[in-house]
Design a protein around this ligand. Structure first.
Ligand code: TRP
Length: 803
């Protein structure tokens, strides 16, 4: 058993009371075993205590001395014949234990450590005779990773003591958390030798890092100056994760610094009780063991007194008497409410004792006589140590709390930890409250149990490099930075992200479109040119106006039907034209509104027929003008050839052709509604399908052909001296008509969605209005505003009237 006691004193000028307690616990355990008549009844255990001073060289030298068994060590020799070396208990720091284990393993001496947790000591090829009552850091780091995962910390800083314990602890931890997607914000090393520059550097790093959770693998003594620096720089709001080496440290925090470190979460060895230990600890007295220098030093530091007169004069201290009472002392030695490492020390002693007992008793037991570990008592000489190692490998005993204790094939105990939370007590001191457990022996997922309600934090327990991305955004990794640092960019058009911190956005299914926040998909709106929207309203109003105008013109014509100008104008055809124009205007209404397959058919037919009616009326009118002119020529039979009945027949014929085209098309292809998803991504546009559009184009073709023929005829007849320049107006109106429908083509091709319908309606309205305005308005103008011109003389003066 060894731990820096006196050496500590010269360095930091304080005495490590906690280690002294551990030492006393070992003595207590050995005394207890010696008194026990069932455990090693015929054997008395003794002990020698060495202080390694936390120094590898010193520890190595002491090990050789211990093995030699004489004042001067002689490697490879044992000079003590009377008392055998059963085993070594210690050390606490892994670095020293490793050095010791190399020597002890060479000579096969068993070593049981109570505090060295570094994972490399589990390697039994290197350290075959090393055992320990503290679990390996492999489990501790896994436990920390579980805690980090539990609280969802993604950005953690690490501090490692400048030795293998610190490095390997941080390394194992980092490896584990990286798998969980957590990044290490910074990794700093805590020097073993006091260096104020290093402490201020580390404190600066902590201060400026956005990582609010910091894990520290370090012993308490090396951590102390750093913590003082942190208090000095007023760094608060951090959540510290304490490794078992400092999570229950007694001297780290002074009362006024408590608020800096409250909220710390630490792993600790499960608490235990040792009956009678407290009494033993309180009754030690240097007067009982006058040769024990450690005890004297302990006494001096506890009571502020000195044992030497000369020293006293220098330091003005009182002289120690040995009658001082420990009962009123409050330091790490007297704090026996939570025994953790102390239990490990106690169990280490018992492990060796039980191993010895197993060895000795196996001869009395028939079952174990064949056991290779069994040797007759008289043969237990030089190779006892090796026998103890073998016996330790299979030792099993129950500790004070009734728990089975044994070492696995790596010499490690079952890994169990308490999760401690440093909380501010009523008296202003920190108390280590147990808020959970970690048990490596139970199935995955149930190992960590934490009572979050009972946990108190120092600032909000969140630690992120970047704020998490809200739904509707996705993470975008920043160049040259860890994956935990990212920016959030909004999902592109048509994509959503429905959770926080999504790495990718998802496309919405067909007929669905993201909502405003881009966090869910909604069914796309169905769209068509409706009566409610401005465009629909404009069209319906203009159609209504056009209809009114047509009715007005009809009324004027009806009222003045006996005046020459109207009579001269082929009344029947005029009314038929006005009727078909009304039909055209009214027909535009069925282009507005939700399309159905029936409406699609209706649209094409109404459009085709009403326009063919218009053009054929005009056609007839043109023919009549030409023929009227011909009538003035000697051959008067021409008029007979084109009587009103013929005119009607022509109209009917041209219309029937158009009806034929419609029927042909509609029967060959089914007219149905199609959903246009491409025109506007956010909407589904309902439109009449392609085939019916073809029919539409075909009937337009026919109408255009008629119009063209008619236009050519009217153009030829434009200079004939007919009534009121009829042919001129017809030419003009057809020009407007043709221009409208020619310009319709590029408009029709280049638009998509519901605007195709809009272009159609526009063309229908404007071409029909063109006809109305050009053919009828000049006549109305004369009828209403220039009645003087509306006379037979005026008419006949210029030309012959036609009936
Ligand atoms: N479990 C730690 C180890 O294995 C204990 C420890 C860390 C320690 N640093 C220390 C003990 C310094 C004493 C001194 O090393």
């Amino acid at each position: 058993m060894a731990r820096k006691v006196s050496c500590f004193l010269s360095f930091f000028l304080f005495f490590d009371f906690r280690s002294f307690r551990w030492m006393q616990a070992m003595i207590f355990a050995i005394n207890e075993i010696n008194r026990n008549e069932y455990l090693l009844p015929n054997i008395t255990l003794g002990y020698a205590i060495y202080d390694t001073c936390d120094n590898i060289a010193k520890a190595s030298e002491e090990m050789l001395t211990l093995i030699t068994g004489a004042e001067r060590y002689t490697p490879n020799f044992r000079c003590q014949k009377t008392s055998m070396l059963a085993g070594v208990i210690g050390e606490s720091a892994s670095a020293i234990s490793i050095a010791m284990a190399r020597i002890l393993s060479t000579y096969h001496y068993p070593q049981v450590s109570y505090f060295s947790s570094i994972n490399t000591l589990s390697n039994k090829r290197e350290f075959p005779s090393f055992f320990r009552t503290i679990p390996s850091d492999t489990f501790q780091t896994t436990a920390f990773a579980s805690i980090v995962e539990h609280f969802g910390w993604k950005w953690v800083g690490t501090l490692a003591e400048d030795n293998d314990y610190g490095y390997l602890g941080v390394h194992l931890f980092s490896e584990q958390v990286k798998k969980l997607g957590t990044c290490i914000a910074f990794s700093e090393t805590i020097p073993l030798v006091y260096s104020s520059d290093r402490y201020s550097d580390i404190a600066e790093t902590i201060k400026h890092s956005s990582a609010k959770v910091i894990i520290v693998f370090s012993g308490d003594t090396n951590l102390l100056p750093l913590f003082r620096e942190i208090v000095m720089r007023n760094i608060t709001g951090r959540t510290w994760l304490a490794s078992e080496a400092w999570s229950t440290s007694a001297f780290l925090i002074e009362k006024d610094q408590a608020n800096f470190f409250s909220g710390t979460l630490g792993l600790a060895i499960p608490e235990g009780t040792i009956a009678g230990l407290a009494r033993f600890l309180f009754q030690v007295n240097p007067l009982h063991n006058p040769d024990d220098i450690n005890m004297k030093m302990f006494w001096g530091y506890t009571f502020g007194c000195s044992w030497s007169e000369t020293l006293n004069e220098q330091s003005n201290r009182t002289l120690c008497t040995g009658n001082e009472s420990l009962l009123y002392v409050n330091n790490a030695y007297t704090q026996v409410s939570q025994l953790r490492i102390t239990c490990n020390v106690y169990n280490a002693v018992y492990a060796i004792a039980n191993a010895l007992e197993d060895l000795l008793s196996c001869g009395n037991n028939n079952e174990t006589i064949l056991n290779e570990a069994c040797i007759p008592l008289q043969d237990m000489t030089d190779n006892l140590n090796l026998q103890v190692v073998r016996s330790l490998q299979r030792v099993r005993f129950t500790d004070q709390a009734g728990k089975q204790l044994y070492f696995d094939q790596n010499g490690d105990p079952v890994a169990k930890y308490d999760v401690l939370n440093w909380q501010m007590g009523a008296d202003g001191y920190l108390v280590y409250t147990k808020v959970g457990t970690y048990d490596a022996s139970v199935p995955n997922g149930q190992q960590l149990v934490i009572d979050e309600q009972a946990t108190i934090w120092n600032g909000p327990p969140v630690s992120e490099c970047s704020n998490s991305c809200k739904p509707g955004f996705r993470k975008s990794v920043l160049r040259g930075q860890p994956i935990c640092c990212f920016s959030c960019i909004p999902c592109p058009e048509g994509e959503i992200s429905n959770g926080t911190d999504m790495t990718e956005c998802l496309k919405c299914p067909q007929d669905f479109w993201p909502n405003r926040n881009k966090d869910s998909c909604e069914p796309k709106d169905i769209d068509y040119l409706s009566f409610e929207e401005p465009l629909g309203i404009t069209f319906s109003v203009s159609a209504a106006l056009c209809v009114c105008q047509t009715i007005l013109v009809t009324a004027v014509f009806l009222k003045y039907r006996h005046t020459p100008i109207v009579r001269a104008n082929n009344l029947e055809m005029s009314f038929l034209l006005l009727l078909s124009l009304t039909l055209c205007f009214l027909g535009s209404y069925i282009f507005i509104g939700e399309p159905t397959s029936r409406l699609c058919v209706l649209r094409q037919t109404v459009f085709a027929i009403s326009f063919v009616l218009c053009i054929s009326c005009i056609f007839v009118k043109t023919l009549v003008v030409i023929l009227a002119f011909a009538m003035t020529k000697p051959n008067q039979n021409v008029l007979k050839l084109f009587r009103p009945s013929h005119q009607r027949l022509l109209v009917v014929l041209t219309t029937v052709v158009q009806i034929g085209i419609c029927i042909g098309f509609l029967s060959s292809s089914s007219s149905s509604i199609q959903k246009n998803r491409e025109a506007v991504l956010t909407k589904i546009i309902l439109e009449c399908n392609h085939e019916s559009n073809m029919a539409f184009l075909f009937s337009i073709g026919y109408i255009s052909l008629l119009a063209l023929v008619c236009f050519v005829l009217a153009f030829l007849a434009r200079n004939l001296p007919d009534n009121f320049n009829e042919a001129k107006f017809i030419t003009f109106s057809l020009l407007v008509f043709v221009i409208v429908w020619v310009s319709f083509i590029p408009g029709y091709i280049s638009t998509s969605g519901k605007y195709v319908t809009a272009v159609e309606i526009f063309a229908i309205l404007s071409s029909a209005a063109g006809l109305l305005v050009c053919i009828f308005f000049p006549k109305c103008y004369i009828i209403l505003l220039k009645p003087s011109k509306n006379s037979k003389s005026n008419l006949t003066g210029r030309s012959h009237h036609v009936k």
